[in-house]
Unconditional design. Structure first.
Length: 100
């Protein structure tokens, strides 16, 4: 395999696109489908979380179970700092903001 060289003899990389336009459209459609699935799952998760909270408070329990929230945060730690942010958003969607 011949490697193209520039005028100084240094190897050059070919400037070919990594992904063709047709492939980009396919990948974007996959992203759109995944977004739709994520929205559905997040909405279902929020509904279930609100139902759990309502049942817990109706039984005289606390509005928030901090150990459970810590478990959720720990699960999303695999995604780094953004994982914590995502977990916090999911928790707020299910229980509402703290302090209210």
């Amino acid at each position: 395999m011949d490697i193209p060289l520039d005028s100084s003899g240094t190897a050059r990389r070919k400037s070919t696109p990594i992904v063709a336009d047709a492939d980009l459209q396919t990948l974007r459609k996959q992203i759109d489908q995944l977004d739709a699935e994520l929205l559905d799952v997040i909405q279902r998760r929020s509904e279930i979380s609100r139902a759990i909270g309502a049942a817990r408070t109706a039984a005289g329990g606390p509005k928030i179970v901090y150990n459970r929230e810590l478990e959720v945060l720990a699960r999303f730690r695999a995604l780094g700092a953004e994982g914590k942010e995502l977990a916090m958003i999911l928790l707020r969607l299910g229980r509402g903001p703290l302090g209210r």
